[in-house]
Design a protein around this ligand. Structure first.
Ligand SMILES: Nc1ncnc2c1ncn2[C@@H]1O[C@H](COP(=O)(O)OP(=O)(O)O)[C@@H](O)[C@H]1O
Ligand SMILES: [Mg+2]
Length: 481
């Protein structure tokens, strides 16, 4: 998609010029491991190349000569492979001419960097090629952080200057027909591999363009992976599988990056294959495995401010498409009303995620999204609607040590007066912290033997499985940790 990004996948050209003995300059690339990323049980596997000032000087010197020597527009017409070959030859000539002493490895690296600058997304390329990165956060030309294994670490790359960074941002967003500049400094886009991109440029971003990339995971985590990570117990996971299968209406609540989308994706794996599922997202992230899925995506307004299609538009349209279930990637505004409406009118088993820090807060967020959407309904009516629609709220959290946990599986069971009543089936309790800052805690069943969705489970023939999982979980809860 971006052409070849790896370092080792091309035939290294051994035509590197021999170093002249007279005061050769060195490339100045040194290997640095990012040790601060390491937790005791996970040795650091992140190896970032840290480049010295000297390296950047040599690079920009060669780069400038290269730009003068080649016809850029012609180059972009070539396919990636030929374009790289072309650049390789010229760069080799320049290195020979300038008498820069570089080892073959250093030369390859320099060449890779330059090709990335000219043909791709510059210094971002090696980061984009890695599968272990969740987010890339560029804060102006000189600072770039990545999230790996739940920890934010320095990526060890930088851009020539803010102009180069903005140029790359521009290249990214132009793919979706947008532009970033002073006049429209905020822009969302998507990379060809599905990664989500946000750019906010000066003057709004004071210290240079801020670029945030949520990397698209090719292989989304499965519920069993979450069990292996300790995000949830096997019994908790079993109950989630049943919840997904028996068409409970589910809201997944959590903060940014807490694992909501991952969890939603996991839950959809347990939907029966014959159901017609319609997904609505701002940027398609879900990877449903069922045969009968229609995927819809919102559209931002174009440069003239026209043509916007909102989540609300999609939600309303969905209802006319004879869905069995509707899945809304992220509920942010008045579309909350449509999702509840869908849940309420025979599309049970619908699901969505929303941003809140507890199941209680999720309910009040829903309520305020509906109120702010201009529906002039009395509070009590809105709450009745929520109670009548939502069966389960699953809470995802990213704890302070970077680990992600499912902290609540909570049922919405009814109203008392004007108050929505909920009941926790599972909770995660934080007990403390070990000497390395790792959070210690335990998942605990609240001992409820017959949850509110019992009849639903029975209808789908899952009550024995449910009873077993609950029993096992309750027995475990009595073990003292
Ligand atoms: N339980 C988990 N354990 C470890 N990593 C997780 C877990 N859940 C999600 N992740 C990772 O965290 C990142 C953010 O997850 P995502 O589901 O996109 O979050 P959200 O939708 O809440 O913003 C992804 O890279 C994902 O693979
Ligand atoms: Mg998400």
């Amino acid at each position: 998609m971006f052409g070849k990004r790896g370092f080792g996948n091309k035939g290294a050209s051994p035509s590197a010029p021999a170093a002249k003995p007279a005061a050769p300059r060195t490339g100045g690339i040194k290997q640095a491991t990012t040790e601060k990323a390491a937790t005791p049980e996970e040795p650091p596997k992140v190896v970032a190349r840290e480049r010295t000032e000297e390296y950047y000087d040599i690079k920009s010197e060669i780069f400038n000569v290269l730009i003068d020597a080649i016809d850029l527009t012609q180059l972009t017409q070539l396919d990636q492979e030929s374009a790289r070959e072309e650049i390789r030859e010229i760069v080799n000539d320049i290195i020979a001419m300038k008498e820069v002493a570089l080892s073959i490895a250093e030369q390859e690296e320099l060449l890779e960097d330059i090709c990335n600058d000219v043909l791709g997304y510059g210094p971002l390329e090696p980061l984009l090629a890695r599968d272990d990165i969740a987010d890339i956060m560029v804060n102006g030309a000189n600072q770039c952080f990545i999230e790996v294994n739940g920890k934010i670490i320095d990526a060890g790359i930088r851009f020539r200057d803010n102009a180069q960074l903005l140029n790359i941002c521009q290249r990214i967003v132009s793919r979706v027909g947008r532009r970033v500049d002073e006049a429209s400094p905020i822009c969302d886009a998507r990379l060809p591999d599905g990664s989500r991109v946000n750019v906010i440029a000066p003057p709004l971003a004071i210290d240079g363009p801020a670029l945030t990339i949520r990397k698209f995971k090719k292989d989304r985590l499965k519920l069993d992976d979450l069990v292996n990570f300790g995000s949830i117990t096997p019994e908790g996971a079993e109950i989630l599988k049943i919840i997904g299968r028996v068409r409970c209406n589910v809201l997944i609540s959590g903060g940014t990056g807490s694992g909501k989308t991952t969890l939603l994706n996991c839950l959809t794996a347990y939907i029966d294959g014959h159901e017609r599922i319609i997904t609505c997202e701002d940027a398609a992230e879900l990877q449903l495995q069922q045969p009968h899925v229609v995927r819809l995506e919102t559209r931002p307004p174009n440069l003239e401010g026209e043509g916007e299609v909102t989540m609300r538009d999609l939600g309303k349209n969905c209802l006319r498409m004879r869905p069995d279930r509707i899945i809304v990637g992220e509920v942010r505004g008045p579309e909350a009303f449509d999702l509840l409406q869908a849940m309420n009118t025979g599309h049970d088993g619908s699901m969505g995620t929303l941003h809140a820090n507890s199941p209680r807060e999720a309910i009040s967020r829903l309520e305020s999204m509906i109120t702010m959407g201009g529906f002039s309904l009395p509070t009590k009516t809105i709450r009745e609607m929520i109670v009548g629609s939502v069966d389960i709220i699953v809470q995802a959290s990213r704890l302070r040590d970077g680990s992600r946990k499912i902290t609540h599986i909570t049922e919405v069971i009814g109203m008392e007066g004007e108050v929505v009543i909920t009941q926790d089936l599972f909770v995660y309790e934080v007990l403390g912290e070990d000497e390395n800052g790792k959070v210690l805690g335990r998942h605990r069943s609240t001992g409820i033997a017959k949850p509110h969705f019992w009849d639903r489970a029975r209808y789908y023939g899952e009550e024995v499985r449910l009873a077993e999982a609950l029993e096992k979980a309750a027995a475990k809860a009595e073990e003292v940790v």
